[in-house]
Design a binder for this molecule. Structure first.
Ligand code: 3PG
Ligand code: MG
Length: 396
């Protein structure tokens, strides 16, 4: 798709520019516990401020459903954002209305201000034209830099893009370019790793991927549902037995599309799910009634690594095993390291994202070696489902 970027925004000196960022960061005891999303804002905010714009940051925090509350106030993010950006950041108590307009008018050119949580207005999630118009009054242009909120058709993510001249911010641009390389127009062969606990949360992802990729590697709890569909006894393993029919359909469609589906053929099992219990590494057909599959086995991981060596592109979502509990992190760590090494060698473009995927790759110590890591959760999954994200579509 084609969209305008900050290269196209022209002269913004002295003009107010509304920039949608994702400041929905995890917090504990009043402190931001993961600043990844804050760091992602820096390129766009400093570039616009350096051009003399009054940079007005729009964002949501939590799900306040149209009610004001201190707990959901973006005021508590301002100091952390200022630290990350390395400049003063002002705070304006509302994202629309007379008081906000007056505060914006008083801002000096080249400054950055965070406006209060857009979701304090009921019109935000409804994409209400009245709120869109009220926010649009504050600025001369709109920049969307929040891919991770682009699956929401809200006033600040979709409505504004139609009300003002709209541009992709630098983080949004990098994200869209990386995703285009991974699934839009990828170099084949393409492999996808899809893991995680439940098939039910990723059915649409799997259905879409079988027609897009050459190798589909299924791991995590969801692999058990596929194994069960193939008649394997999975014992006490996490398994959505009511979805084995759907799993069979996906396997059939993969077959027709020429997509090779990789399911584990050896597995690590235990009788209890806790750190370092007694385990067995066995053929997938040897799971006892009282055992559960908690990780992919080393022989399968080696074969998966060999498959990756033949590929040019990899998209990864979800862990291969119960990686938060040792020793069930082994397959995720080993496969992630293979992917990272191939990326470093230059033979593989690797893109990962969604939910706990970033945590899993950080745990493997290789997040920095992937070509691109998305910090988006739901938006990354919807993109993997082949859906058009409203916040992205509106930029086109
Ligand atoms: C996220 O944290 O995934 C995004 O900021 C979107 O938040 P939401 O799921 O509350 O819309
Ligand atoms: Mg979410």
């Amino acid at each position: 798709m084609s969209f305008k970027t900050l290269d196209d925004i022209g002269d913004v000196n002295g003009k107010a520019v509304l920039v949608r960022e994702d400041l929905n960061v995890p917090m504990a005891d009043g402190k931001v516990t993961d600043g990844t999303r804050l760091r992602a804002t820096v390129a766009t905010l400093t570039e616009l401020a350096d051009k003399g714009a009054k940079v007005l940051v729009l964002a949501h925090f939590g799900r306040p459903k149209g009610e004001r509350s201190d707990a959901n106030s973006l005021r508590q993010i301002v100091a952390a954002l200022s630290g990350v950006v390395g400049r003063p950041v002002a705070f304006i108590d509302d994202c629309a209305g007379d008081a906000a307009e007056a505060a914006v008018a008083a801002l000096p050119a080249g400054s950055i201000a965070v406006l209060e949580n857009t979701r304090f207005h009921k019109g935000e999630e409804k994409n209400d034209p009245a709120l869109v118009a009220a926010m649009a009054k504050l600025g001369a242009a709109y920049v969307n830099d929040a891919f991770s909120a682009a699956h929401r058709a809200h006033a600040s993510t979709e409505g504004l893009a139609k009300a003002l001249p709209a541009y992709a911010g630098r983080a949004m641009q990098a994200e869209l370019e990386a995703l285009e390389k991974a699934l839009g127009k990828p170099e084949h062969p393409v492999a996808a790793v899809v893991g995680g606990a439940k098939v039910s949360t990723k059915l649409d992802v799997l259905k879409h991927l079988v027609s897009q990729v050459d190798h589909l590697i299924i791991g995590g709890g969801m692999a058990n549902t596929f194994l069960a569909a193939r008649g394997v006894n999975v014992g006490k393993s996490l398994c959505e037995h009511d979805l084995t029919g759907t799993a069979e359909e996906i396997l059939d469609n993969a077959d027709k599309a020429g997509c090779t589906v990789h399911l584990p053929y050896d597995v690590v099992v235990a009788k209890e799910f806790r750190a370092n219990p007694p385990v067995r590494t066995i053929n997938v057909h040897e799971v006892a009634e009282d055992e559960m599959i908690l990780d992919v086995g080393p022989a399968a991981v080696e074969a998966l690594g060999d498959a990756l060596k033949t590929c040019r592109t990899l998209v990864w979502n979800g862990p291969m095993g119960a990686f938060e509990t040792e020793p069930f992190d082994a397959a995720t760590v080993a496969l992630a390291r293979t992917a990272a090494a191939l990326t470093k060698e230059g033979s593989l473009t690797s893109v990962a994202g969604g939910g706990d995927t970033v945590a899993a790759l950080n745990h493997a110590g290789v997040a920095g070696d992937f070509s691109y890591i998305s910090t988006a959760g739901g938006a990354f999954l919807e993109w993997m489902e082949g859906k058009e994200l409203p916040g992205v579509a509106a930029l086109g």
